[in-house]
Design a protein around this ligand. Sequence first.
Ligand SMILES: Nc1ncnc2c1ncn2[C@@H]1O[C@H](COP(=O)(O)OP(=O)(O)OP(=O)(O)O)[C@@H](O)[C@H]1O
Ligand SMILES: Nc1ncnc2c1ncn2[C@@H]1O[C@H](COP(=O)(O)OP(=O)(O)OP(=O)(O)O)[C@@H](O)[C@H]1O
Ligand SMILES: [Mg+2]
Ligand SMILES: [Mg+2]
Lengths: 265, 265
Amino acid sequence: PMRSIVFMNQKGGVGKTTTAVNVAAGLALEGQRVLLVDIDPQAHATLHLGIETGPGRPSVYDLLIRGARFDEVARDGPERLTVLPAHIDLVAADNELAEISDRELVLARALEPHRGRFDFLLLDCPPSLNLLTVNALAAADEVIIPLQPHFLALQGLGKLLETVSLVRGVLKPALRVSGIVFCMDERGTRLAQEVFADVSQYVREAEFQDAWFGARVFDARIRRNIRLAECPSFGRTIFDYAPRSHGAQDYRALSSEILAMGAGE
Amino acid sequence: PMRSIVFMNQKGGVGKTTTAVNVAAGLALEGQRVLLVDIDPQAHATLHLGIETGPGRPSVYDLLIRGARFDEVARDGPERLTVLPAHIDLVAADNELAEISDRELVLARALEPHRGRFDFLLLDCPPSLNLLTVNALAAADEVIIPLQPHFLALQGLGKLLETVSLVRGVLKPALRVSGIVFCMDERGTRLAQEVFADVSQYVREAEFQDAWFGARVFDARIRRNIRLAECPSFGRTIFDYAPRSHGAQDYRALSSEILAMGAGE
Ligand SMILES: Nc1ncnc2c1ncn2[C@@H]1O[C@H](COP(=O)(O)OP(=O)(O)OP(=O)(O)O)[C@@H](O)[C@H]1O
Ligand SMILES: Nc1ncnc2c1ncn2[C@@H]1O[C@H](COP(=O)(O)OP(=O)(O)OP(=O)(O)O)[C@@H](O)[C@H]1O
Ligand SMILES: [Mg+2]
Ligand SMILES: [Mg+2]
């Protein structure tokens, strides 16, 4: 069965887009059929993969609000990825969705008929816990939380897990947090070590009924590496742009770890 | 007359909060009377300054939605700062403000009677161009854009300047972009040099009627420095936590440059 994973964290700039794009590519390189959905109005995952949007090229906005068909919106990305691109119009989607009945399920329903075509569905979210992010959660079964090992990034974890629990309780009982991945990791720093220890303890102590019971802190940690910040400007993934870099090694390790854990482990 | 500055950028994690807090402290250390307003529901500027919120301690949410008085909300921060703290309740403010007439001017009207008490009003924003950010723009005269010298961070600049122009055209004709400050700068990288060159050219070529005509790229650039990521966990500014660090040097230089440019230069 297809696995569906949301990369979310309302804290800005922690590596959501970089992780969604490079894990999508990492899984595709391991032979998986991957659909990447960008629902961030910034459209950075779309941009990262060099995909153009604009007049005559429908986006996720058209899928959600205008009833465009999946095949009209789906685009071919690098590394045999299939991508549903975002567009700045999505800024208005939060308000426009609010007037639709079952507004949290619009994305899930649009994707449902196509689950059989892919092994993985990955979703990149904006830095907020808004209706777009809730739509992504309702369309997924797993949540992976990219986390920068900084104090400010740690603060929002409670609110994030509360939102996941809420969606799990009301819309999607199967939804759970499968893992937390450290991004932009600077191993030598005391701060990173302290945050790493804090988070590991927090996850270990989760109760059975919590949405994050059984979540892991991934062994793979993504080191800070300037190549990861360079590759979006070329519209390429890290594997294509700098295959021997730390960035490529770390995202290959993370993709393998995600693949190995399998659904529901 | 009081100068009022918004630190904004819808791209997440580029240094808005770190800049707002440390420039506020830098100006206070130069003898200025500074009011810092946190309108981000994440409340990271509030947290960074070690200010507690919760029951019995009103926040900016109460000022905007419940009509709480300025003096009930204002708190004393470190370095003789006055702070209007944020609270997670602000997440709901976007919808609740939408039902109020002149919803973009609620913050400006709440602050107006107190302009005489301060030399500087600084505002920290969430990573989005929502009604809270528009309220901040309508309450200010200047915009400073913290920018990480990365490709993805550059992409939103056009949309950001469009929003400032919109507010200037409709609500606040005096509003202008006074500067762009590079944060988390890694000088040795080719990427930072390319982005720096791109932005400098973009600002040089602004037309007279643009909101960013006359904007500068600040000479002071904030280098990446782990002390800046550590100090929030102690509720202290960089000047108090690590006064001899690069972080303190860079923010002292930026504060002096902002002070020296004066209003309307
Ligand atoms: N491991 C890394 N090393 C160096 N730079 C990185 C790394 N991961 C991401 N970056 C860069 O850091 C910035 C933030 O990352 P990214 O945009 O992926 O975060 P995000 O959480 O998606 O941000 P937003 O909240 O705006 O959606 C980007 O410019 C990206 O290129
Ligand atoms: N110059 C710097 N060097 C190292 N770390 C920094 C620097 N500036 C900020 N940081 C850290 O990087 C992270 C992002 O910075 P900050 O939270 O100030 O950005 P922001 O734009 O306010 O984010 P958001 O979009 O979530 O509001 C924080 O953990 C902060 O402590
Ligand atoms: Mg992103
Ligand atoms: Mg912030």
